[in-house]
Design a protein around this ligand. Structure first.
Ligand code: GAP
Length: 432
């Protein structure tokens, strides 16, 4: 079993992540988080919010609607350019992203570039023309089903921030440099969703648009890059050796970016993008000015100077962070998920040594309720034997197991077993 298969199997077996709509045969590119996965995911999202928003004065939060006026996507360039090159194998009729058929193809390959490549599905070389496929999901808004009712599920959370920049400036008047942060769903009709939760059709992003004075962008970019590292290494705890920064070449950058650093991670299937930091210039605010006819100028209260801010964007994908965490911390050989305590779904598991001894069960429930009041996520387990309970808690990443035995009834101590060392110590209940 490959490392990725091991992670997928763990996620299903222990209730972290299931295939979306699995009972009906699934829906490609969609995933459902189960009881354990939802806690892990929220722990990551809450750490992000705490790090970027709660702990800083210069970044504020927003939560914009997913459905936006379609002019948003005309202004942002998504209607025109948010597409991938699509090609069909004329033999087996499978469809692929032409730029992903082999390594080192340009982002928009020609028919000549791919002519000699074998179809990954049937092995033949009989390709259709390549056409640009727009990845936005379309829907109709309201009861009238005409062209004017067409709207899109947002393909990035960023535009919900840009369209609120002026509202926030008028309402709160933050001092430049300042950032607006948002977490939320984004939708992309990916041609080939792949690698478990790595490339999805519905995903969750955590993005910041950081508004700066144009001439300061280089300094601000470096500061944000340092903050991104701090978040990944110190908050999430990812190992430094698994992270690789890549200065993205001009020809590979998104149409709006003048500088991009991709932060790549050693996923089980190879190194790939975990998150990105992009200098978006005044591209988005200028587009909004053009499309809406409204000024996006910012006026410095002290100097009276007016300017349209430039923007630096740290953009994180939640699913990719979850996958990176599972990759970094799952020790498949030993069957232990060595999550840092702050990420672990349950901080403790409490259990009575024996399920059929009422005195032990009553005492264990008492301790369970007390710990739960303090830590919220505490597991209760009285199934099977103690060895099996430890094994299960190791697999879901619970750092400590607390066991109530006969000695507890005499001296108010419990056994605390450590997930990573398997060491057991006696601890007084009041010191838990
Ligand atoms: N606002 C900029 C933006 O959306 P992006 O590079 O397209 O830039 C940013 O996406 C991040 O969102 C990526 O680094 C990745 O973590 C996540 N992401 C993008 N598309 C994704 C997908 N189809 N499935 C899972 N995560 C995705």
């Amino acid at each position: 079993m490959s490392k990725l298969e091991g992670i997928v199997s763990l996620c299903k077996r222990r209730g972290f992540i299931f295939q979306g709509s699995e009972v009906y045969g699934g829906m490609a590119g969609t995933w459902d988080f189960g009881p354990l996965g939802v806690i892990l995911k929220r722990n990551i999202m809450n750490l992000w919010w705490k790090f970027w928003v709660l702990r800083r004065e210069d970044i504020l939060g927003v939560d914009a609607a997913i459905l936006m006026n379609p002019r948003t996507w005309v202004a942002s360039g998504h209607t025109e350019t948010f597409s991938d090159p699509l090609v069909e194998c004329k033999e087996c009729h499978q469809r692929f992203r032409a730029d992903k058929l082999a390594d080192n193809l340009p982002e928009h390959p020609t028919e000549k570039d791919i002519a000699e490549i074998n179809c990954p599905s049937c092995g033949k070389k009989n390709w259709s023309e390549i056409r640009e496929f727009n990845m936005m999901f379309r829907t109709k808004v309201g009861a009238v089903d005409d062209e004017k009712a067409t709207a899109y599920f947002r393909p990035e959370t960023a535009q919900g921030i840009f369209t609120n920049y002026k509202n926030v400036v008028d309402a709160i008047y933050p001092t430049v440099p300042f950032g607006l942060a948002q977490q939320g769903k984004a939708f992309r009709n990916e041609i080939s969703p792949r690698d478990f939760i790595f490339r999805d059709r519905e995903c969750e992003q955590m993005e910041i648009e950081y508004f700066v004075k144009p001439e300061t962008w280089e300094d601000e970019f470096e500061k944000l890059l340092t903050d991104c590292r701090k978040f990944l290494f110190e908050e999430i705890g990812l190992p430094k050796e698994m992270i690789h920064e890549e200065e993205v070449a001009a020809e590979d950058r998104a149409h709006y970016s003048k500088r991009t650093v991709d932060v790549n991670f050693d996923f089980p299937f190879g190194m790939d993008e975990l998150m990105g930091l992009a200098y978006r210039t005044d591209f988005d605010l200028r587009n909004i000015e053009r499309e809406s006819g409204k000024s996006m100028e910012y006026r410095d209260k002290n100097t009276g100077e007016t300017f349209v801010p430039h923007v630096i964007e740290p953009s994180f994908g939640v699913e990719r962070l979850v996958l990176a965490v599972l990759t970094a911390f799952y020790d498949e050989e030993k069957g232990v998920l060595r999550l840092p305590e702050k990420l672990a779904p349950y901080k403790f598991c409490v259990s009575p040594l024996l399920k059929n001894k009422p005195d032990l069960v009553v005492k264990a429930r008492e301790i369970y309720v007390t710990l739960r009041e303090k830590y919220t996520y505490v597991a209760w387990d009285d199934s099977g034997n103690i060895g099996k309970r430890y094994k299960k808690q190791d697999e879901i990443g619970t750092p400590k197991c607390v066991v109530i035995d006969f000695q507890t009834l005499e001296d108010e101590t419990v056994t605390v077993r450590d997930r990573d060392t398997a060491e057991q110590v006696r601890v007084e209940i009041k010191n838990l």
